[in-house]
Design a protein around this ligand. Structure first.
Ligand code: G4P
Length: 526
């Protein structure tokens, strides 16, 4: 086997999806500790910039250098190279969060044992659904009282439309938690609370070691095995193919904070999560084992230090090998560029990349020429699909403080929009500029960058728009009629695409009913 295919097979590229406070940061930290990428608990947490309220933007910006380097965390685990992609949460939730999910091969869903499925998880799962991303589930905070496993499974299946198959099963919860039973290894993993910080736990006890199990569990042993028996009757058998199609999720129980049950979950990612998957382009499917290099840009992050205006384009390698100094072809611009200083983004620091393989993410320095969705190849004119814009969920009208700056404002808004920092809509019946975002901090970032980079001072006003849908219709006559009859809610987005700005969800639903031949799309390809 060649080194290239070995390297490709070793890659595991995933992201953690969760609602704020479910434990994503704590779990990330545990994974990095296990991968040896950090040595000390608290390293990631103390960097957690996402907690800042919007008014603390300037403070957050000071931290930006750090959050850039923690966007992609690469570490070795067992014989694998793991790429853990950060999905911005809390206040810095943005389209980037969604788009990061287009660059992963699987996702780890963290659920709070007491709170179950929450709003943000639902949204992130919708994005995973678009590509049938395989999902591994970690039910966190087992050291607290929560819902029973079957209640949680029921909720996950009902709300997220994915079947749960337990890989581990908890013996008690909260104060009475004693460990988990590993169903496939047929071993009980005892949990001694005092050992959490040491990272060591008592040795596993085999399922047929009745005396050992009784010693640890007492009468709870019978309850545990009765529950497992019942679970076997109601849960389906695990089907690897269904997992790969995103129809079944293997479920682990544990506590990220107490470092319990996390290794089993990471072992699973390492052993069973898919390696680099194929990617669809406009014309053909690109397989990771193809020798020619190709990849797409899923995120652009501006360096917030005004002294260094560089932006970093995050490129997911889809096929072939990137080697330092090689020439790659920027398909949209039809130009070859030499990449001498691409970087990998380790948990600790930026490092220059020598080689990168399918599944890896490299950071390209960029002065504005690269846009989200751009494809890079070794010459072939490919265009990767499936890196969409997502319908914004928040809208603001831009209020310009100095009318003489109108031209700079338009230029700035267009460029920031191309970069993916926000989306812009221009209503057909007014000269308004309406910005759309999925996270509120995006508005602050745009105002700040307009001022810093384009010398434009602007504020925002609220605007009665609840959601946006891109309009599509094969039938030109019907489309014309729709445009004539609904002009007040129509706008053009940054690329000139026709968009319906709905004042409410009720209005959207009624309009969709009234115009059955018109498609109202919640995503648009770049
Ligand atoms: P997030 O990134 O998903 O937003 O969650 P984060 O890891 O920051 O965790 C949110 C809160 O939940 C934190 O408490 C964290 O310590 C706690 N937590 C995470 N995992 C567990 C667990 O397994 N058990 C318990 N009991 N708590 C857990 P906090 O008080 O909000 O923050 P901090 O003071 O600990 O930083």
């Amino acid at each position: 086997m060649s080194t290239f295919s070995e390297e490709t097979r070793r890659r595991r590229t995933f992201a953690i999806i969760s609602h704020p406070d479910a434990g994503k940061t704590t779990l990330t930290e545990q994974l990095l500790l296990k991968g040896g990428a950090i040595q000390l608990a608290g390293t990631v947490k103390s960097r957690k910039s996402a907690r800042y309220a919007t008014s603390d933007w300037m403070e957050m910006e000071k931290q930006r250098g750090i959050s850039i380097t923690s966007s992609v965390m690469q570490f070795k685990y067992a014989d694998k190279i793991i790429n853990l992609l950060d999905t911005p949460g809390h206040a810095d939730f943005s389209e980037d969060t969604y788009r990061t999910l287009t660059a992963v091969d699987s996702a780890l869903m963290v659920i709070d044992v007491a709170k179950g499925v929450e709003d943000r998880t639902r949204k992130l799962m919708e994005v995973c659904r678009m590509r049938n991303t395989p999902i591994i589930t970690f039910i966190n905070k087992l050291d607290r009282e929560g819902q029973t496993p079957l209640e949680l499974f029921d909720e996950i299946e009902r709300e997220l439309n994915i079947q749960c198959v337990p890989m581990t099963w908890p013996a008690g919860m909260g104060a009475s938690a004693k460990g988990v039973y590993h169903i496939h290894r047929k071993q009980f993993l005892p949990w001694a609370r005092g050992n959490a910080d040491k990272g060591s736990q008592p040795a596993p006890i085999d399922a047929d070691d009745d005396a050992g199990l009784r010693e640890w569990l007492g009468d709870d042993k019978d309850t545990l095995f009765e529950e497992i028996e019942f679970m076997r009757e109601v849960c389906p058998d695990f089907d690897e193919a269904a997992f790969r199609r995103g129809e079944q999720t293997p479920v682990f129980f544990g506590s990220a904070l107490r470092n319990f049950g996390v290794s089993e979950c990471l072992d699973y990612v390492s052993d069973h999560a898919p390696g680099p998957i194929e990617h669809q382009t406009k014309d053909r499917v690109v397989r990771p084992e193809e020798e020619n290099f190709s990849g797409f840009v899923f995120k652009i992050q501006a360096n917030m230090d005004p002294a260094h205006r560089d932006r970093i384009a995050f490129l997911r390698v889809c096929s072939g090998t990137y080697r330092k100094g090689m020439k790659i072809h920027h398909v949209r611009q039809g130009r070859d560029i030499q990449i001498a200083n691409a970087m990998t983004l380790m948990a600790g620091d930026r490092e220059q990349v020598e080689d990168a393989y399918p599944g890896d993410i490299i950071g390209l320095y960029n002065h504005g020429a690269i846009q989200v969705g751009d494809t890079f190849t070794q010459g072939e004119k490919l265009k990767f699909t499936g890196i969409p814009h997502f319908a914004p969920e928040m809208f603001r009208r831009v209020r310009l403080k100095d009318p003489l700056k109108t031209k700079s404002l338009h230029k700035g808004v267009n460029e920031l929009c191309e970069e993916g920092a926000t989306q812009v809509f221009r209503p057909q019946l007014s000269n308004d500029i309406i910005l759309g975002a999925v996270g509120v901090l995006q508005f602050d970032v745009v105002a700040w960058r307009l001022q810093q980079e384009y010398g434009v001072d602007c504020g925002y006003e609220s605007v009665p728009v609840a959601t946006a849908r891109w309009i599509y219709c094969d039938d030109a006559k019907k489309l014309d009629e729709f445009k004539r009859r609904q002009p007040e809610n129509l706008a053009e987005d940054g690329s000139g695409a026709l968009t319906y700005l709905a004042p409410s969800m009720v209005n959207l639903n009624l309009t969709m009913e009234r115009w059955p031949d018109i498609e109202f799309l919640a995503t648009r390809e770049h």
